[in-house]
Design a protein around this ligand. Structure first.
Ligand SMILES: Cc1cc2nc3c(=O)[nH]c(=O)nc-3n(C[C@H](O)[C@H](O)[C@H](O)COP(=O)(O)OP(=O)(O)OC[C@H]3O[C@@H](n4cnc5c(N)ncnc54)[C@H](O)[C@@H]3O)c2cc1C
Length: 285
């Protein structure tokens, strides 16, 4: 289908983009890579009168080192993130997950900010961002800026803390230098959305797990942390037998959907299996 008619603006600065949102109110919609929004417009599930394209705002692109954190601009594409050396060194579970998103064409256009604000529970970037204890920087009207912890950012299905007249500008990721990482995604065919996936990042001391952070994809209406597993893994040997029992708790407190790919109980079973695989692979470095 062809989208309904809309006007188009492509501001060069964040301030101009925010002004466009203020001017057009509910009639405006932000577009980043368009990989989620354009299908929605083509199906006429949304028909904004004005599209505000963030593509020319170079300040929103790129990855920088900010001491204890790596800072990712919201308009940085998956393709630019997947081999980024700072992320590889300090937050490897994020590029590991991005490598599993869709196909090269979508990774070439899609942005991390667009994916996070779209907040599809089956999307692959929410769980690693949550596991890494990232903070999301949101710019509002009148120069207001606020920072929201990833745990508070994802509010519900396709709903985040970003308001209609606000923009996500940065993702600040505390460095997890020396932590092992792995993203374990379960799909029936390559390039499919996650049926379930697990983002694991683990710090070991010798052969023992000292800290673990685990995010779950598609185990509820938002990405979730497997906190019971994280706590149970501390002090365990990084070996299959030792972690099996801890990882069996992966589905505790989750409410996964049932659909044609699998029912809720099947997803709960998968969560345990995939968490064990992800933790073992992460512990190997
Ligand atoms: C065929 C196909 C397969 C896919 N498979 C996967 C997959 O396997 N895994 C996966 O994770 N994803 C998958 N995706 C989704 C893909 O990751 C999208 O690129 C991503 O969800 C959206 O990023 P975008 O930059 O294209 O955002 P857009 O589509 O441009 O925008 C998405 C939403 O975010 C809003 N928005 C964008 N940027 C900002 C901002 N900075 N501030 C405020 N609001 C903003 C927009 O208004 C819109 O509501 C797939 C998409 C397609 C079409």
């Amino acid at each position: 289908m062809i989208p309904a008619t809309f006007d188009y603006v492509a501001p060069a600065t964040l301030e101009e983009a925010l002004a466009a949102l203020a001017e057009h109110g509910d009639d405006a919609k932000v577009i980043a890579g368009g990989q989620s929004l354009l299908p929605i417009l083509r199906m006429r599930l949304n028909a904004p009168e004005v599209l505000v394209d963030l593509g020319k705002i170079t300040d929103l692109q790129g990855v920088t080192d900010d001491g204890d954190a790596v800072v990712v601009g919201a308009m940085t594409t998956y393709a630019d993130l997947v081999h980024d050396p700072l992320l590889r060194e300090h937050a490897a579970v994020l590029p590991d997950a991005i490598a599993e998103v869709a196909d090269p064409q979508i990774r070439h256009r899609g942005t991390i900010g667009g994916a996070l604000v779209h907040a599809d529970p089956a999307g692959d970037v929410g769980a690693p961002v949550l596991a890494l204890d990232a903070e999301l920087v949101i710019a509002g009207q009148g120069g207001a800026t606020r920072t929201v912890a990833a745990t508070d950012f994802f509010e519900d299905l396709f709903t985040t803390a970003v308001g209609d007249d606000e923009l996500l500008t940065q993702i600040r990721i505390p460095k997890h230098t020396g932590w092992g990482a792995h993203y374990e995604k379960f799909v029936r065919v390559k390039h499919q959305w996650s049926i379930v996936a697990v983002a694991a990042t683990v710090r070991t001391e010798g052969d023992t797990i000292a800290e673990a952070a685990i995010g779950l994809t598609n185990m509820g209406s938002t990405p979730l942390r497997a906190t019971a597993v994280e706590q149970a893994l501390v002090g365990k040997a990084a070996a299959d037998d030792a972690i099996r029992e801890a990882c069996a708790q992966a589905a505790d407190g989750t409410n996964p959907p049932s659909d044609l790919n699998g029912d809720s109980d099947y997803r709960k079973h998968l969560a345990g299996v995939l968490t064990r695989r992800a933790v073992l692979a992460a512990a190997k470095g």
